[in-house]
Design a protein around this ligand. Structure first.
Ligand SMILES: [Zn+2]
Length: 390
């Protein structure tokens, strides 16, 4: 829309001015003022039109992130993932409770405690197994939105209910308040400049946690910072076969990312390519310690996929997912204390397709005692900066 540039000089204003004003004669100064005002009003209208053309993309379809980002509850139909990790949605989602005996969910305001029942079941199982291994309990980061889909902020993936972020910070031995869960920052395990693990922050318990997470057959990948992968390559003794699942990626220095494979009953789920054979402690890892992966983005202002993705870009079925009815309540589809969806998750583990709508609402049991934390409390050092998260 270049006309306002063509019209930036007064001759242009005169050229476009309505005839009645030109014919008015008399007070030239007043005429100029009126024209000036008219010109500015036209510019404003043009600007508004331009802004609207960005808000509603081609085909006047709303952005998928706005539609999925505003659904408070899942689609109460059979659990199914549609599309790919970074371009899809899912139905039959369940939530993990904000609190369990072996976990605490963080950043509750984001409402991203949702996942395919198999994913939620795995997170719950990992929390129990990790505590048995000596880890004090899990701090849970983002899983998915209730119906998946692109998010308003953050991750490119996490769209089909099969991704979950777990903090490397051990769970403190007290219940965090909702405010602390919003503001508490996680501690990075990796030096920003060298991209190597900060040794005083790394423990064998971190290694055991990752090994446990990699041990489940449904887990296809764990994403960690290259520095963490390098640390594992340098120090893991004995069985190293699980290192194949541990993949280096940007970010992931204060949390790791669990990705499970497409689940039974989801023919519309697009699987990821298999990871290369071997432990990955090779040239592909060495590349991360060159300058190339860390060069500044050539085009930092280019729009991200979520900023242009409409429903037309997602699998057809996502429209039905978006419009499906919600379950009776959040509690009915929540796994863990206070939720009634334990049976749903158990059914998912057994490979059955269950509908969360049929789950009973259980009464909240008394909170079990927390295992004693061997770790110091996490210091609060301010709000973490946003980082790229897949
Ligand atoms: Zn993630």
């Amino acid at each position: 829309m270049p006309w306002h540039r063509q019209c930036s000089d007064s001759s242009c204003v005169n050229q476009h001015a309505p005839v009645f004003l030109m014919a008015g004669g008399g007070n030239n100064q007043m005429r100029d003022q009126v024209l000036n005002c008219l010109h500015r009003c036209l510019l404003l209208v043009a600007g508004l039109a331009l802004a609207l053309s960005f808000a509603v993309p081609a085909g006047s379809e709303e952005l998928a992130k706005n539609l999925f980002g505003n659904r408070p509850l899942p689609a109460a139909t059979a659990p199914q993932s549609w599309g790919f990790y970074s371009k899809g949605c899912f139905s039959g989602g369940v939530a993990i409770a904000t609190d369990g005996p072996t976990w605490q969910a963080m950043r509750l305001s984001r409402n991203r405690r949702w996942g395919h029942p198999a994913m939620i079941d795995l997170v719950e199982r990992l929390s129990r197994d990790a505590v048995a291994d000596g880890w004090p309990g899990l701090l849970l980061g983002d899983i998915s939105q209730p119906r998946g889909g692109p998010m308003l902020t953050g991750h490119a993936s996490h769209q089909i209910g099969l991704d979950a972020d777990i903090w490397f910070t051990p769970m403190p031995d007290r219940r965090l308040s909702p405010q602390q869960r919003e503001k508490m920052s996680a501690t990075s395990l990796v030096d920003e400049k060298s991209h190597r693990v900060i040794d005083r922050r790394w423990t064998k318990a971190h290694e055991r946690l990752l090994k446990r997470a990699a041990s489940y057959p449904e887990v296809e990948r764990l994403l960690v910072n290259p520095g963490i992968k390098q640390k594992l390559c340098d120090t893991v003794k004995g069985d190293r076969s699980w290192l194949r699942k541990v993949r280096p990626f940007w970010g992931h220095d204060y949390h790791f990312h669990i990705r499970i494979g497409c689940q039974p009953g989801s023919p519309g789920c697009k699987a990821q390519a298999e990871t290369a054979a071997g432990d990955g402690c090779d040239k592909s890892l060495a590349w991360w310690f060159t300058e190339e992966p860390w060069r500044p983005n050539q085009n930092p202002d280019a729009p991200k996929a979520r900023d242009v993705m409409t429903m037309a870009n997602l699998p057809r079925e996502c429209r039905a997912v978006l419009n499906a009815p919600s379950p009776a309540s959040e509690a009915a589809v929540t796994v863990g204390p206070g939720g009634g969806a334990m049976r749903v998750a158990a059914a998912a583990r057994a490979g059955a397709v269950a509908s969360p709508a049929g789950a009973d609402v259980a009464t909240a049991p008394a909170e079990p005692a927390l295992p004693v934390s061997a770790y110091a409390e996490t210091p609060e050092v301010g709000i973490p900066l946003p980082r790229p998260r897949p």
